[in-house]
Design a protein around this ligand. Structure first.
Ligand code: GFB
Length: 332
């Protein structure tokens, strides 16, 4: 095992160096919405040495394969955007897979990054891993201060373990591994499968199909009263590259817009963008999930980053992306 080379980063904000443009940067999960957005952003920012692998070429659940990959490639920076993700129903249905796959993927990559001296790694948590009834808006310090939302507890436990592994490797080995906490995300390359997707892409697809078929109503899951915050995936990608260049702390950083709306208000907004004029009905046999998970983004703003894409514009861009790719993004 190689001895750990302390990251040669200098002191306070403004004097830290950024990722070198020719540094080898591995984006784990580049086929996903978040990984794809990070890859695109790095390309537009002129980073030339970008490393990716499809899950067919590298099964991230295979510890030896991941170690061999890191030994051979020695990436200097790693964006750990690979995970098994999904909406409330997927999380509550595939509970075992959400815990096992996410635990194994993150453990393999974080350990290989330590062992082969990755200069810096970014781990991605999620706002849904904060306690179900924590005070709002959610501060980074609220993690592990109360019971979790039942429907996605397996996923949350896995993600919390990843955050703790990064902290523990910083404590024991001096690894410069940082963790960010994105809010609910949407955007290019989203998953539109109606059973497994998150709410925003599901609503885009439901309203589009209802408009085309001339349906008079669309079914919304739950009561419509839970509130959610939504960040456009390309904005998240920009924040991730910004933090990889500017932030070396052990503490979490929330990444969001700091604004939320009810599911009912969201449905009305998506219907307007898509052009559906029928009625909404609420299927209360479906779970609401956590009542609210608004992020306190004052730390992120203090570091110097704010989101650009407001929700109506983001929904319009996502709907465009859906229309361009609906034949292959929409699984039966
Ligand atoms: O986006 P979503 O599936 O996940 O659901 P969460 C958000 C809210 O939208 C819930 C309602 O109250 C749903 O009942 N909803 C209404 C719908 N209609 C629909 C629909 O057609 N599809 C979906 N999916 N929801 C997830 C976590 O929680 O947040 C994940 O389970 C992940 O682990 C993700 O962290 C970001 O926001 O409730």
């Amino acid at each position: 095992v190689l001895t750990w080379a302390k990251p040669a980063r200098s002191g306070t904000k403004g004097t830290t160096y950024s990722m070198e443009k020719d540094a080898k940067i591995y984006i784990a999960g580049h086929r996903g919405m978040v990984g794809g957005a990070i890859l695109r952003h790095l390309q537009t920012q002129g980073y030339k040495n970008l490393l990716t692998r499809t899950s067919k070429d590298l099964d991230l659940r295979n510890q030896q394969a991941v170690a061999d990959f890191f030994d051979k490639e020695r990436p200097a920076y790693v964006f750990l955007a690979a995970a098994k993700v999904g909406g409330i129903l997927a999380n509550n249905t595939y509970r075992g897979e959400f815990l096992y796959d996410n635990l194994i993927i993150e453990a393999n990559i974080i350990e290989a990054a330590r062992r082969y001296s990755t200069t810096k790694l970014m781990f991605l948590g999620s706002s849904c891993i904060y306690p179900k009834l924590a005070p709002q808006p959610l501060k980074e310090s609220y993690l592990l201060t109360g019971p979790l939302e039942e429907t996605n507890e397996p996923y949350a436990i896995a993600k919390i373990a990843g955050i703790k592994l990064c902290e523990a490797y910083r404590d024991q080995y001096g690894c410069n591994f940082i963790s960010v906490m994105p809010t609910n995300l949407y955007g290019k390359g989203d998953n539109y499968d109606l059973q497994k997707s998150h709410v925003l892409p599901a609503l885009i697809r439901k309203f589009h199909e209802a408009k085309v078929k001339g349906d008079k109503e669309v079914v919304i899951w739950g009561t419509g009263t839970p509130k959610r915050e939504f960040l456009y995936a390309d904005d998240l990608a920009e924040a991730c590259v910004f933090l990889m260049n500017e932030y070396d702390g052990k503490e979490l950083v929330n990444v969001g817009t700091g604004e939320d709306l009810s599911i009912k208000e969201l449905a009305e907004l998506v219907a307007k963008v898509v052009g559906f004029e029928g009625a909404l009905t609420f299927d209360t046999t479906k779970p609401d999930g956590t009542p609210r998970k608004l992020m306190d983004v004052s730390k992120l703003h203090a570091l110097g980053w704010r989101h650009q894409v407001e929700l109506p514009e983001g929904i319009r861009l996502s709907y465009e992306d859906f229309l361009q790719h609906k034949d292959n993004t929409v699984k039966a």
